[in-house]
Write a protein that binds this ligand. Structure first.
Ligand SMILES: Nc1ncnc2c1ncn2[C@@H]1O[C@H](COP(=O)(O)OP(=O)(O)OP(=O)(O)O)[C@@H](O)[C@H]1O
Ligand SMILES: [Mg+2]
Length: 419
C-alpha cells in the first residue's frame, strides 16, 4: 500500500482537507478532497475553537468518504505572514572518529541554529538552511559526505506565536486527529504552483484569501520573505454589499458571476437584476458600477502588495514576476492584468495541475500534501536518519499513532525530517 498524506488548510472562509498518495511514477495522486465553511478562524488566528473543529470534522469526513480512507493524523497549514523568518547561525564540531559529515551532523547543526535567539513566546516550526560552511569554506549546499572538523550553517528559522500554534493544534486534536507537523502556506503554495527555475531566479507569490493576503518571495530556491496584510476577497464582497445596498450573500453571488477587476474591460454597460431573498423585489444594478467598486478594492490590494515588496527590497529580486493564488482575486476577470499593470511585473494565476483540485483555493492543501510526500520519498532533501512518521490514514479503522510525545515536540521532529 502506498503511503498517503493528509493536509488540512484552515482558512478564514473554509477548511480544506486533501488526502494524496504518490503513484508508482512518484507523481501526486489526489485521493480525497473535502471543504467546509469555517467562521472560527479570522486573519490567521483561531477565534472560535468549536466552530473551527466542526468545520475540520466536516471537511475531513468528506475527504474520507471520497477516498475510502480514515484520517487519524494530518499536517496543518499556517499563514506565512504570521510566521517570522529569523536568520541564525549554528555551529558544531564533527567528531574526530567520523570519516565524513553525516545526516545526523546536519540535524545537529540545524537544531543548534534553531536554538539561538528565539523569544519565549515564539515556537520554531521550520528551518530553511541557506548555506553550510565546512572548515571555513562557504556556500556549500549539501555537506553530507564531505570531510571536515567544523560544520556551520546559516539558516532562516521559521517561528510562529506559541499561542497561535497551540490553538490551531487544539482545534485539530478536538477532532481526534493528531497533528504531525505545520507547513507554512507559502512553502505549500510554492510546492503546488512554482517551478524550481522560478524559485531559483526569484518570484513573488501573492495568496489573496478571504480575509488575508499573504505575500512571499522566493530567491535562490528558498523562501526569503513573507508578510501578511489583513485584506482579502471578503472585503470586495463587503464593498459590493455596502456600495449597492444589497445583502452580503447577494453581493457574493454577484461577485462570483460578474466580478471584473478593470472598468476598461467592460465593453457594454448592462443592467443586472439582483433578487433580494425573502422579498419579492429585485434590484437593478449596473455592471459598470459593480466593476467600479471591485476595481477600487483590487487597486488597494495591489498597492499594499507593491508597497510591501518595494519596502522589503525584494521586488527587484522577483525577476520572474508574481503568481496569484487563493480565491480572493484569482476568479475575478482581469485580476492578473490589473496586477501586472499596478505592480509593473508579469502576473499569472496559479492553480494546482492535478485532477480534482485544479483551483486556486486548493493550492495550499495540495502543496502541503505534495511537500510532505515528496520529502518522504527522497525527491527533496531529507536529512532524517530515523524511521519516517507513520502513515496518516488507514483504509480500515482508526489506529493509535503510537507516539506519545507532545505535539510541539513532534513539530520539531517534523522540521528536522524536512531539512
Ligand atoms: N468563483 C469565485 N469567484 C469569485 N470569488 C470567489 C470564488 N470562489 C471563491 N471566491 C472568493 O475567494 C475567497 C476565499 O478564498 P480562499 O479559499 O483562498 O480563502 P481562505 O483560505 O478561506 O481564507 P484566508 O486565506 O484569508 O484565511 C472569498 O473571498 C470568496 O469570495
Ligand atoms: Mg487561504
Amino acid at each position: 500500500m502506498n503511503e498517503a498524506a493528509v493536509g488540512i488548510d484552515i482558512g478564514s472562509s473554509k477548511v480544506c482537507t486533501i488526502i494524496g498518495e504518490l503513484n508508482k511514477n512518484s507523481q501526486l495522486q489526489i485521493m480525497g478532497v473535502g471543504t467546509a465553511e469555517c467562521r472560527g478562524y479570522r486573519k490567521g488566528i483561531i477565534v472560535d475553537i468549536d466552530n473551527t473543529s466542526r468545520a475540520i470534522t466536516n471537511s475531513v469526513e468528506q475527504a474520507e468518504r471520497m477516498s475510502g480512507m480514515e484520517v487519524k493524523s494530518a499536517y496543518i497549514s499556517m499563514p506565512g505572514g504570521l510566521a517570522s523568518l529569523v536568520k541564525n547561525r549554528g555551529v558544531i564540531a564533527i567528531p574526530r572518529d567520523e570519516k565524513e559529515i553525516t545526516n545526523d551532523d546536519v540535524k545537529r547543526v540545524l537544531a543548534s541554529a534553531a536554538a539561538e535567539n528565539i523569544p519565549v513566546d515564539m515556537e520554531v516550526i521550520g528551518v530553511i538552511p541557506l548555506q553550510f560552511i565546512v572548515d571555513g569554506y562557504e556556500n556549500i549546499k549539501d555537506p553530507v559526505g564531505m570531510m571536515g572538523l567544523r560544520l556551520e550553517v546559516e539558516a532562516n528559522i521559521i517561528t510562529a506565536p506559541l499561542s497561535a500554534v497551540q490553538n490551531l493544534v487544539k482545534s485539530i486534536e478536538r477532532c481526534n486527529i493528531d497533528v504531525l507537523g505545520i507547513v507554512i502556506q507559502p512553502i505549500a503554495d510554492a510546492e503546488a504552483l512554482l517551478t524550481k527555475d522560478e524559485k531559483d531566479l526569484g518570484i513573488a507569490l501573492i495568496d489573496v484569501g478571504s480575509e488575508i493576503t499573504n505575500i512571499s518571495v522566493f530567491t535562490n530556491g528558498q523562501l526569503s520573505f513573507t508578510k501578511l496584510i489583513p485584506i482579502g476577497g471578503a472585503h470586495i464582497t463587503n464593498d459590493i454589499s455596502i456600495g449597492l445596498k444589497i445583502p452580503v450573500s447577494e453581493a457574493e453571488k454577484l461577485k462570483r458571476q460578474y466580478g471584473c477587476a478593470l472598468v476598461s474591460m467592460i465593453k457594454t454597460v448592462e443592467d443586472i437584476s439582483v433578487n433580494i431573498q425573502g422579498t419579492n423585489s429585485a434590484k437593478i444594478v449596473s455592471n459598470k458600477v459593480l466593476t467600479d467598486i471591485i476595481e477600487a478594492r483590487v487597486q488597494e490590494i495591489y498597492y499594499l502588495v507593491g508597497r510591501e515588496l518595494e519596502q522589503s527590497g525584494f521586488k527587484k529580486l522577483a525577476t520572474c514576476g508574481a503568481v496569484l493564488s487563493g480565491g480572493g482575486l484569482s476568479f475575478i476577470n482581469g485580476a492578473a492584468e490589473a496586477g501586472a499593470s499596478l505592480l509593473g511585473m508579469p502576473v499569472r494565476i496559479g492553480s494546482p495541475k492535478y485532477i480534482g483540485v485544479a483551483s486556486p483555493v486548493y493550492s495550499t492543501a495540495t502543496g502541503m500534501v505534495k511537500h510532505i510526500l515528496s520529502s518522504k520519498s527522497g525527491v527533496s532533501k531529507n536529512y532524517s536518519g530515523d524511521e519516517q512518521e507513520s502513515a496518516s490514514v488507514s483504509r480500515t479503522r482508526k489506529q493509535s499513532l503510537g507516539k506519545s510525545n507532545s505535539v510541539i515536540g513532534r513539530i520539531k521532529e517534523f522540521f528536522e525530517e524536512f531539512f
